[in-house]
Design a protein. Structure first.
Length: 525
């Protein structure tokens, strides 16, 4: 399909009225605050007057105050009476009356504080879930237009920016993808899937994967890939901390410092000597929480926010825990040769190409979504992932645009990055397609020196406990697939379990690693 120039890009339909985002001039009519009236009457009347200005919105949570739109698309929470007082002064001339007599022009501070908790006042303002300068998609996959977009809960968006552009081309995205050294086509596709996930990040609260960017070498392009995916939404980076509370503190501090970032990257995660793998109960919990509470000592007051963030981890030298792998979207880079001497035809991808082409890439990603919509918004019913709703939507968009193998490396990366799964794959490759009892598989584990890798620590004491331990582990991984590379072939194995009667005796549990697929190993370095 020929590439469209910027002038030829298709604007989104003007299907919603635009909201005036510049405050109206201060009305000349004086507002009478009558202390002889019930507070609710004054609160509702003042709310109506302030709402006319067009730059005040309510936080959606009950009694959570207002949001003041600032120049440049920034916003400020208004949660205290002291915050509300100057806003009233700038917008409404007030006369306070009590017992029919004038009492000045300032509303009592106790009432200003109470109004920010009262529905009679707050209900006069449109609720906003997100104030953004980046184009977003509403729950029905309509593009937000400049101004106030009154979508479903979680999709009431105040977009402060130009009308979003949509491109029919894929040239810029493909130019970037073509110079990156992906291990497989699945990794290439997953990179685009990550970019779509960031663009649609408000659609899957508590249901988005943790992006796991790995590579065989340093400087292979992990952070470049994540910068491509973050796009206009931007990202904020933190360092990996083996201690859970320390990582949580860094995370909360970063999010509060950069609340508009679309992605949080745990950058270049490395393992300490005492750690066996990268793990974080906090990240696992955050990824599955639709509305997490952000709080850690030293980071200010707790804040609850809708989970519209995408989490990412980049690492060369760390193995991720099974819980993180289960929640991951893997992207693996496998560069060959001397990285330092590479001269991509697009220039430096991270420092030159991406900054110069952010808008075009975003327009092409929107074009992908629009083509999927035009094709009937069909989900990908074949893809498998614990975050199934996300996987079906993103997989469907990718399929509609010719990208294949989405998440095809999911099981493979789990095998490569999870020591226990990797060990199971090795013993399966030793005796493929053989039905064996747990005690027989235990001998293979011992022979390969994988006791500490495969069997839980509490089950390593003697032959009997090791047999029990391998049975527990193999039962837990039944029906999973494992990719194993030997000196001369690559095997995809599936672990199977059965109860079988041997020589007329009682039925015994047996396991085998059935060969699903095999191919010759590549001779390329």
């Amino acid at each position: 399909m020929p590439r469209k120039s910027n002038a030829e890009k298709t604007p989104t339909p003007d299907d919603q009225p635009l909201l005036k985002l510049v405050p109206s001039p201060q009305p000349s009519e004086v507002f009478i605050w009558n202390d002889d009236h019930p507070p609710a009457v004054n609160y509702a009347a003042l709310g109506k007057r302030l709402a006319v200005s067009g730059d005040l919105f309510r936080s959606p949570a009950y009694g959570n105050g207002l949001i003041l739109l600032l120049p440049g698309g920034k916003s400020k929470p208004v949660t205290k009476g002291a915050d509300l007082a100057p806003i009233v002064v700038d917008r409404v001339p007030v006369a306070v009356v009590r017992d029919g007599k004038s009492k000045g022009g300032m509303i009592p501070s106790a009432h200003l504080a109470a109004m920010l908790q009262a529905e009679t006042f707050l209900s006069e303002f449109p609720p906003v879930d997100l104030v953004t300068t980046v184009p977003m998609y509403l729950s029905n996959f309509a593009l937000a237009v400049p101004g106030y977009n009154n979508g479903d809960e979680g999709h009431r968006i105040l977009y402060v920016g130009e009308r979003p552009q949509v491109s029919d081309s894929m040239d810029t995205i493909n130019a970037f993808l073509d110079v990156m050294e992906w291990e497989s086509n699945a990794d290439r596709t997953n990179a685009v899937g990550t970019a779509l996930t960031v663009m649609l990040r408000n659609h899957f609260p508590g249901g988005k994967p943790i992006i796991l960017a790995t590579a065989t070498k340093s400087q292979a392009g992990k952070d470049t890939t994540l910068a491509f995916a973050a796009g206009l939404a931007g990202s904020v980076s933190i360092s990996y901390q083996g201690t859970n509370w320390a990582l949580e503190r860094s995370f909360v501090g970063a999010v509060k410092t950069a609340p508009d970032a679309g992605m949080v990257v745990v950058e270049n995660a490395r393992l300490d000597r005492r750690d066996k793998f990268i793990a974080s109960a906090f990240l696992e919990r955050f990824a599955t929480d639709p509305e997490p509470l952000l709080f850690s000592t030293g980071t200010g007051q707790p804040v609850r926010r809708r989970n519209d963030l995408v989490l990412a981890i980049s690492t060369n030298f760390g193995t991720a825990s099974e819980d993180l792998l289960n929640r991951s979207l893997p992207i693996h880079l496998h560069p060959k040769g001397d990285i330092q001497n590479r001269q991509p035809r697009i220039g430096n991808p991270k420092l030159e190409f991406l900054p110069a082409n952010k808008e075009e890439i975003a327009a092409e990603l929107r074009g992908m979504v629009e083509r999927w919509k035009a094709a009937g918004e069909r989900p990908d019913e074949e893809v498998r992932h614990p975050f199934s709703v996300w996987a079906k939507v993103v997989g469907g968009i990718l399929k509609a645009n010719g990208f294949t193998d989405f998440l095809a490396n999911y099981g493979k990366r789990k095998t490569a990055d999870d020591p226990r799964r990797h060990g199971l794959g090795l013993i399966g490759a030793m005796k493929p397609d053989e039905w064996l009892r747990p005690e027989e598989w235990t001998r293979s584990v011992v022979e390969l020196g994988l006791v500490k890798t495969v069997i839980h620590e509490a089950d390593r004491e003697n032959d009997k406990s090791r047999t029990r331990g391998i049975g527990v582990v193999m039962s837990a991984h039944t029906n999973e697939t494992f990719l194993v590379e030997t000196d001369d072939s690559k095997l995809i194995l599936r672990l199977e379990k059965r109860r079988h009667r041997v020589d007329g005796g009682d039925p015994k549990v047996q396991y085998r690693f059935a060969v699903v697929e095999t191919e010759a190993a590549s001779s390329e370095d």
